[in-house]
Design a protein around this ligand. Structure first.
Ligand code: IMP
Ligand code: MG
Length: 176
Protein backbone atom coordinates (compact mmCIF):
# COMPACT_ATOMS: atom_id res chain seq x y z
CA UNK A 1 0.00 0.00 0.00
CA UNK A 2 1.06 3.56 -0.67
CA UNK A 3 2.68 5.24 2.36
CA UNK A 4 0.24 7.69 3.89
CA UNK A 5 2.14 10.98 3.84
CA UNK A 6 1.10 14.61 3.60
CA UNK A 7 2.26 16.30 0.43
CA UNK A 8 3.06 20.01 0.11
CA UNK A 9 2.49 21.29 -3.42
CA UNK A 10 5.56 22.82 -5.03
CA UNK A 11 4.37 23.28 -8.64
CA UNK A 12 0.66 23.15 -9.42
CA UNK A 13 -0.83 21.50 -12.51
CA UNK A 14 -1.60 24.94 -13.98
CA UNK A 15 1.92 26.28 -13.36
CA UNK A 16 3.35 23.17 -14.98
CA UNK A 17 1.14 23.49 -18.06
CA UNK A 18 2.10 27.15 -18.54
CA UNK A 19 5.79 26.40 -18.15
CA UNK A 20 5.78 23.35 -20.46
CA UNK A 21 4.15 25.42 -23.22
CA UNK A 22 6.86 28.08 -22.92
CA UNK A 23 9.58 25.45 -22.80
CA UNK A 24 8.35 23.99 -26.11
CA UNK A 25 8.65 27.43 -27.72
CA UNK A 26 12.17 27.82 -26.31
CA UNK A 27 13.13 24.43 -27.74
CA UNK A 28 11.82 24.98 -31.27
CA UNK A 29 13.26 28.52 -31.39
CA UNK A 30 16.63 27.14 -30.40
CA UNK A 31 17.06 23.73 -32.08
CA UNK A 32 14.42 23.86 -34.82
CA UNK A 33 11.49 21.62 -35.66
CA UNK A 34 13.12 18.35 -36.63
CA UNK A 35 14.89 16.26 -34.02
CA UNK A 36 14.77 12.89 -32.28
CA UNK A 37 13.26 13.28 -28.82
CA UNK A 38 14.44 10.55 -26.45
CA UNK A 39 12.43 10.24 -23.26
CA UNK A 40 14.27 8.61 -20.36
CA UNK A 41 11.98 6.18 -18.56
CA UNK A 42 10.35 5.77 -16.30
CA UNK A 43 10.38 9.19 -14.63
CA UNK A 44 9.94 11.42 -17.68
CA UNK A 45 6.90 9.76 -19.26
CA UNK A 46 4.35 12.30 -18.01
CA UNK A 47 6.53 15.31 -18.77
CA UNK A 48 7.38 13.93 -22.23
CA UNK A 49 3.72 13.27 -23.03
CA UNK A 50 2.82 16.90 -22.26
CA UNK A 51 5.97 18.28 -23.87
CA UNK A 52 5.42 16.56 -27.24
CA UNK A 53 1.92 18.01 -27.52
CA UNK A 54 3.25 21.47 -26.65
CA UNK A 55 6.01 20.94 -29.21
CA UNK A 56 3.34 20.16 -31.80
CA UNK A 57 1.67 23.50 -31.00
CA UNK A 58 5.08 25.14 -31.42
CA UNK A 59 5.32 23.61 -34.90
CA UNK A 60 7.83 20.82 -34.18
CA UNK A 61 7.68 17.41 -35.89
CA UNK A 62 9.97 15.24 -33.73
CA UNK A 63 10.65 11.54 -33.91
CA UNK A 64 10.12 10.01 -30.47
CA UNK A 65 11.81 7.09 -28.75
CA UNK A 66 12.33 5.81 -25.21
CA UNK A 67 15.42 4.82 -23.25
CA UNK A 68 14.95 2.97 -19.99
CA UNK A 69 17.81 3.50 -17.56
CA UNK A 70 18.20 2.19 -14.06
CA UNK A 71 17.82 4.79 -11.33
CA UNK A 72 16.79 4.85 -7.70
CA UNK A 73 14.88 1.58 -7.57
CA UNK A 74 12.61 2.02 -4.58
CA UNK A 75 14.75 4.18 -2.33
CA UNK A 76 15.47 7.90 -2.22
CA UNK A 77 19.22 7.40 -2.60
CA UNK A 78 20.95 6.94 -5.94
CA UNK A 79 23.22 3.92 -6.24
CA UNK A 80 25.53 5.98 -8.44
CA UNK A 81 25.52 3.19 -10.99
CA UNK A 82 23.61 3.74 -14.25
CA UNK A 83 22.82 1.06 -16.80
CA UNK A 84 20.59 0.54 -19.84
CA UNK A 85 17.53 -1.55 -19.07
CA UNK A 86 15.92 -1.08 -22.47
CA UNK A 87 17.57 0.63 -25.42
CA UNK A 88 16.04 2.90 -28.08
CA UNK A 89 15.16 1.45 -31.51
CA UNK A 90 15.85 4.52 -33.61
CA UNK A 91 19.07 5.41 -35.45
CA UNK A 92 20.98 8.24 -33.80
CA UNK A 93 23.77 8.89 -36.30
CA UNK A 94 23.67 12.37 -37.81
CA UNK A 95 20.58 13.46 -35.86
CA UNK A 96 19.86 16.33 -33.50
CA UNK A 97 18.81 14.67 -30.25
CA UNK A 98 16.66 16.16 -27.53
CA UNK A 99 17.23 14.06 -24.43
CA UNK A 100 14.36 14.47 -21.95
CA UNK A 101 14.51 13.54 -18.27
CA UNK A 102 12.49 14.27 -15.17
CA UNK A 103 15.21 15.55 -12.84
CA UNK A 104 18.82 16.55 -13.21
CA UNK A 105 20.34 15.85 -9.84
CA UNK A 106 23.84 14.33 -9.55
CA UNK A 107 24.06 14.45 -13.36
CA UNK A 108 25.10 10.81 -13.64
CA UNK A 109 22.03 9.64 -15.54
CA UNK A 110 22.09 12.36 -18.17
CA UNK A 111 25.86 12.31 -18.69
CA UNK A 112 25.70 8.52 -19.12
CA UNK A 113 22.92 8.85 -21.71
CA UNK A 114 24.57 11.77 -23.47
CA UNK A 115 27.84 9.84 -23.81
CA UNK A 116 26.09 6.84 -25.37
CA UNK A 117 24.34 9.00 -27.97
CA UNK A 118 27.49 10.97 -28.75
CA UNK A 119 29.37 7.68 -29.24
CA UNK A 120 26.65 6.60 -31.70
CA UNK A 121 27.34 9.64 -33.84
CA UNK A 122 24.59 12.08 -32.89
CA UNK A 123 24.97 15.46 -34.60
CA UNK A 124 24.22 17.14 -31.27
CA UNK A 125 22.68 16.13 -27.96
CA UNK A 126 20.54 18.80 -26.28
CA UNK A 127 19.31 18.26 -22.73
CA UNK A 128 15.83 19.04 -21.46
CA UNK A 129 14.81 18.38 -17.87
CA UNK A 130 11.56 19.07 -16.10
CA UNK A 131 13.31 19.83 -12.80
CA UNK A 132 16.84 20.95 -12.05
CA UNK A 133 18.39 20.46 -8.61
CA UNK A 134 21.55 22.53 -9.04
CA UNK A 135 22.76 21.95 -5.50
CA UNK A 136 23.24 18.21 -5.95
CA UNK A 137 25.60 17.88 -8.90
CA UNK A 138 28.40 15.27 -8.87
CA UNK A 139 29.16 15.34 -12.57
CA UNK A 140 29.68 18.57 -14.48
CA UNK A 141 26.66 18.77 -16.78
CA UNK A 142 23.91 21.36 -17.31
CA UNK A 143 20.66 21.22 -19.27
CA UNK A 144 19.97 23.81 -21.95
CA UNK A 145 16.23 23.55 -21.31
CA UNK A 146 14.86 23.48 -17.76
CA UNK A 147 11.25 23.47 -16.60
CA UNK A 148 11.85 24.63 -13.04
CA UNK A 149 14.71 24.90 -10.60
CA UNK A 150 13.87 22.67 -7.66
CA UNK A 151 14.91 22.90 -3.99
CA UNK A 152 16.98 20.06 -2.51
CA UNK A 153 13.95 18.08 -1.41
CA UNK A 154 12.74 14.67 -2.50
CA UNK A 155 9.79 15.45 -4.78
CA UNK A 156 7.01 13.29 -6.23
CA UNK A 157 4.23 13.56 -8.78
CA UNK A 158 4.01 14.34 -12.50
CA UNK A 159 5.83 11.06 -13.22
CA UNK A 160 8.25 11.26 -10.29
CA UNK A 161 7.95 8.46 -7.79
CA UNK A 162 8.70 7.30 -4.32
CA UNK A 163 8.92 3.48 -4.47
CA UNK A 164 6.85 3.63 -7.71
CA UNK A 165 4.03 5.46 -5.96
CA UNK A 166 2.76 9.00 -6.60
CA UNK A 167 3.57 9.16 -10.33
CA UNK A 168 -0.09 9.85 -11.08
CA UNK A 169 -0.27 13.19 -9.22
CA UNK A 170 -0.91 16.02 -11.72
CA UNK A 171 1.25 18.37 -9.60
CA UNK A 172 4.72 18.17 -8.01
CA UNK A 173 5.03 18.11 -4.25
CA UNK A 174 7.29 16.93 -1.49
CA UNK A 175 6.60 14.46 1.25
CA UNK A 176 6.38 16.17 4.61
P1 IMP B 1 20.91 11.83 -11.29
O1 IMP B 1 21.60 10.76 -12.07
O2 IMP B 1 21.38 11.92 -9.88
O3 IMP B 1 20.90 13.18 -11.97
O4 IMP B 1 19.46 11.28 -11.04
C1 IMP B 1 18.37 11.65 -11.65
C2 IMP B 1 17.31 10.57 -11.46
O5 IMP B 1 17.08 10.29 -10.09
C3 IMP B 1 16.04 11.14 -11.99
O6 IMP B 1 15.87 10.75 -13.33
C4 IMP B 1 14.99 10.56 -11.05
O7 IMP B 1 14.51 9.35 -11.57
C5 IMP B 1 15.70 10.29 -9.76
N1 IMP B 1 15.44 11.38 -8.79
C6 IMP B 1 16.29 12.32 -8.37
N2 IMP B 1 15.74 13.15 -7.48
C7 IMP B 1 14.47 12.72 -7.31
C8 IMP B 1 13.36 13.19 -6.51
O8 IMP B 1 13.41 14.20 -5.78
N3 IMP B 1 12.20 12.49 -6.62
C9 IMP B 1 12.07 11.40 -7.43
N4 IMP B 1 13.08 10.92 -8.19
C10 IMP B 1 14.27 11.58 -8.14
MG1 MG C 1 14.51 8.85 -13.82
Amino acid sequence: MRPNADIDVLFSAQEIQNRVNKLADEITNSIGKEFLLISILKGSFVFSADLIRSLHRSGATPQIDFLTLSSYGSATQSSGHVEIKKDIDEIVKGKTILLVDDILESGRTLSFAKNILTDRGALSVELCVFLNKPGKRNVQIEAGFVGFDCPDKFVVGYGLDYAHYYRELPYVGFLR
